[in-house]
Ligand binder design. Structure first.
Ligand SMILES: [Fe+2]
Length: 401
């Protein structure tokens, strides 16, 4: 039986529209959010798959006119890209943003929307709750232009979260910008949008989503609202993640994974229930060595599970719930819970063909000291299930290397 928490908040203002063929209705739905001339934000690969053309058709059917298409977004978006995207929206006379893509595309659109609406640069709004507010910062946050998201991975869950993570190339760090107005107004979950997703990407992004649900559920910011989201996300991943990766023609599994990923970014205090040490480790690995976010989480997750679950019976119990929802072996002592769940995750990621070590994806041993510093400074360390000192991160990186 869980305690009654001293404090938590919960917000899920994004309207989710899920179902087959919903992309065809994007114009009709986005018009209800006040959009007339959206800037389509996407990447070069998605332009070639024909998905963007379908989205444009869907806009036209709802009598919306795309202002322009902005597609210059790399795997990790940067502050420079955000500025260019905001500028493109201004030049094209856009009144709203429609993101068609994975986390990098959606986060770019979110951050660009803040700059487009309020001017200045991304760094002016860095942090949590840093957007302009009425009454000298004490009142309601000022609205930004409408944003709709069509995620093409399942995924970061950025389509329903109020945060964006952007790379700062100069500082070799990830910048977080998060505030209530950044919740997208609309998220469209249509399995058509992941039809051409390569298996390796479906696996990596699916493991990012699983990491969100596990870290949100086991961390100190858990809440009953968040638990409902996280455990259902894990059940849906259990039933659909391997199927979606192994058989890309399985529309049912792909659709369910889109829903699972958007449930997994548990809405709690601050838009998510807080992520944990796997994310703290993955952010610097991405910023310094370009390790894709989902791949890094997939590698780091089992080590963090083992470490965290050994942190006492209350934490171990939360990992036991996770194991049960995933259908993994959850019996035995507290230490066994972490070991067996970590083993289950490792088997799953091996079966899906994901790398198992950071050294396989370009992280050198000499980099550990800088990575530890980055992980200690990462906000997700504050919301991990267990407190960490630098030596803990060093040990975790060595295990993951
Ligand atoms: Fe993530």
């Amino acid at each position: 039986m869980s305690q009654f928490k001293d404090y938590y908040q919960f917000a899920h203002p994004t309207r989710v529209v899920a179902g087959r063929g919903m992309i065809e209705g994007v114009g009709f739905e986005f018009a209800k959010e006040g959009a007339k001339r959206p800037l389509i934000v996407t990447d070069g690969i998605l332009l070639e798959t024909g998905l963007v053309a379908k989205v444009e058709q869907g806009l036209a059917d709802g009598a919306l006119e795309p202002a322009a298409v902005f597609s210059e977004i790399a795997q990790d978006s940067s502050a420079v890209t955000v500025a260019a995207c905001a500028e493109a929206a201004k030049e094209a006379g856009a009144d709203s943003f429609l993101a068609v893509g994975g986390g990098s595309v959606m986060d770019t659109a979110k951050a660009a929307n803040a700059v487009f609406t309020h001017g200045g640069s991304l760094l002016d709004y860095e942090g949590i709750y840093a957007l302009p507010r009425e009454d000298e910062g004490m009142g309601a946050p000022l609205a930004v232009a409408p944003l709709a998201c069509i995620p093409t991975t399942a995924g970061t869950g950025s389509e329903v979260s109020f945060g964006a993570v952007i790379k700062d190339s100069e500082r070799r760090e990830k910048i977080l910008i998060a505030d209530f107005p950044l919740f997208p107004r609309l998220a469209i979950l249509d399995p058509e949008s992941t039809r051409t997703l390569p298996a390796a990407l479906a696996a990596a992004t699916g493991m990012d989503a699983m990491t969100h649900a596990i870290e949100g559920y086991t961390g100190p910011l858990w809440s009953p609202h968040g638990e409902a989201f996280a455990l259902q996300a894990l059940r849906m991943m259990r039933d659909n993640l391997p199927a979606a990766v192994e058989d890309p023609s399985n529309e049912e599994a792909r659709g369910n994974m889109l829903v699972a990923a958007s449930l997994a970014i548990v809405p709690g205090a601050g838009g998510t229930s807080g992520l944990g040490a796997a994310h703290s480790m993955s952010h610097p690995a991405g910023a310094m060595y370009g390790v894709p976010h989902g791949v890094a989480n997939s590698i780091n997750l089992p080590h963090v599970i083992r470490f965290n679950a050994a942190g006492g019976p209350e934490i171990a119990d939360r990992y036991r719930d996770v194991a049960e929802s995933l259908g993994a072996e959850a019996g035995g002592s507290d230490a066994d819970v972490g070991g067996s769940l970590a083993g289950w995750v490792g088997e799953l990621t091996t079966r899906m063909g994901l790398p198992q070590r950071l050294s396989e994806v370009g992280v050198p041993e000499e980099g550990i000291a800088d990575l530890v510093e980055g992980a200690m400074g990462d906000g997700c360390s504050l919301t991990n299930a267990r407190e960490l000192v630098p030596e803990d991160f060093e040990e975790l990186y060595r295990q993951a290397l």
